[in-house]
Write a protein that binds this ligand. Structure first.
Ligand code: ZN
Length: 240
């Protein structure tokens, strides 16, 4: 009889755990899922080989190459704090700083402002998906926490209008970030920025000045449309 009571008690506890766990998951939401995956990836990338994309890889017929190696942990439109929306994708190489290469996703004209330690931006005169408009591809976090740059020597501060082919080495992933409240691992932030109509780019820090990179990369990287799927090229997924 005592054993039966204990069994009932244990079963009750189990159900309680499942219900509470389920609720906690729902409260945590999609953002929590992505954050915990990033932590799992950074803890042991080797345990999740199927999560990674490869620098220079093209997903299907997508116009852009993947700009670096790693796990695409945060998507376009993710929210890290109230009223914030991520303007691009964060790709975590899973290695230390100055190790994982970053390449141009699409040909264009490279610019690096005088005070840019970790960033370059590439002007694409004809958006491959909307040929009448000019867009820009922005690559950042290519420096260490103190701002020592990992950008290729060919592109020093002040570089302007230097033509680069798709696949050109731009630099290496780093951990430079101006935001102390959101510490992140070594990664590349990649985004597509709209033109200001006067030959320059709009403020890349505002999501409304950027576009959803999904159709350009051939990957589901729009946070509003992708709750849980890990963005990798279909062929890669089949192999793993
Ligand atoms: Zn980012």
């Amino acid at each position: 009889m005592n054993r039966l009571l204990a069994l009932f008690f244990l079963a009750g506890l189990l159900i309680l755990f499942i219900v509470v766990g389920h609720q906690a998951n729902r409260w945590q939401g999609t953002q929590g899922t992505r954050t915990s995956r990033v932590l799992a990836w950074l803890h042991d990338p080797g345990a999740h080989p199927g999560w990674a994309v490869r620098a220079g890889e093209r997903c299907g017929q997508a116009p852009f190459l993947l700009p670096t190696d790693g796990f695409i942990g945060f998507l376009w439109g993710d929210s890290f704090r109230p009223s914030h929306h991520h303007q691009g994708v964060d790709i975590f190489g899973g290695n230390g700083i100055n190790w994982t290469p970053v390449v141009a996703a699409y040909p264009g004209y490279l610019k690096r402002l005088e005070d840019w330690k970790s960033s370059v931006i590439i002007r694409i005169p004809d958006d491959p998906l909307h040929p009448s408009r000019q867009i820009w591809t922005y690559y950042t976090h290519m420096a260490d926490s103190e701002g020592n740059s990992f950008i290729s020597d060919e592109f020093p501060p002040g570089t302007s209008e230097v033509y680069v082919e798709a696949g050109t080495l731009l630099g290496y992933q780093g951990n430079y970030s101006g935001d102390l409240y959101n510490p992140v691992g070594v990664h590349l932030h990649f985004s597509i920025v709209l033109d200001d109509g006067q030959g320059s780019f709009r403020n890349e820090l505002e999501i409304q000045n950027t576009v959803d990179p999904s159709p350009y990369l051939g990957l589901p990287v729009n946070a509003g449309m992708n709750e849980k799927e890990i963005p990798v090229c279909p062929a890669v997924r089949e192999q793993t």
